[in-house]
Design a binder for this molecule. Sequence first.
Ligand code: NCD
Length: 342
Amino acid sequence: MNFTGAHILTVSQFQREDVDRVFSTADSMEPYALRKRVTRVLEGAILGNMFFEASTRTRVSFGSAFNLLGGEVRETAGFESSALVKGESLQDTARVLSGFSDVICMRHPEDGSVADFAEASRVPVINGGDGSNEHPTQALLDLYTIRRELLDKGKNINGLSIAMIGDLRHGRTVHSLTKLLSLYDGVRVTLVSPRELSLPDGIVESMRNAGVDVRIRHELAKSIVDVDIVYSTRIQEERFSNKQEADLYRGKFRLNQAIYTQYCQPNTVIMHPLPRDSRSDANELDNDLDDNPNLAIFRQTDNGLLVRMALFALVLDVADKVEKFSADVNWYNSRQSSKITR
Ligand code: NCD
């Protein structure tokens, strides 16, 4: 695909070579994300960061990625503080905001809303999650993490075996990641969810058509034996008509260190798009896993910065100019001795 000026709305727009391009560009962003160098390549550019649904890491990650490339961020968070509560259409909001911005990131609770917005936008729009539909940048950062974690173990994405666990019906990160995995060969995906929260049939069917070995399970223990990756997800309570209904499914597939030791391979990588629901009735990834070196959840968030920097650099066509506009870092860098960051 031609990235320059493109909207990033769904993973379906990517071929394998496009994913490779994002990943190699993400690799090149590491000195800047780790504050070994700074770059001003996007000096003067403005990101409109529009989040109409709860978010911590995706919103701040997009904003930080843009800042790390030297750009400025303007933000609106929540419906209450936007003109949408006055009855303005998304399209009018798009027409206005694209006059102020060079690129827009958007999250919205309705499926398809970001694509509708993009149609009226004069600048590229990046989907930060539209309802239960898709979350393409999360899927890219998840796959980038999978690739890095597997490389460390002498493997690659072809031949990957992954168990995806939790609310697969509403989980947009799962929808996007499973579609992306369909681009690779010899992939086995074990789907573990309550029956009512199964991955939509259409996605299962297209994975199978693409040659993915899909297994459907409703029990955790046997499903996490012999997998490279366990990808846990939260019950998406905001997609249920009431909280009581979501409560029926919470805490059904808890992973803790004892279960990990009993069933997983010693090297199985544990992932989660976050936030993990740490309330006692959910606790899908127990805190006692925090010292497990295979817990990759904070490497995922670190990698998210690299992948989002890469997407901005590609969409705004500066990927090959980042270094030219770079300089030394002046301040003390506490990351050099940090435990979390590589
Ligand atoms: C996810 C989301 O918003 O879809 N979070 C994220 O962006 N990392 C997953 C979730 O909210 O459970």
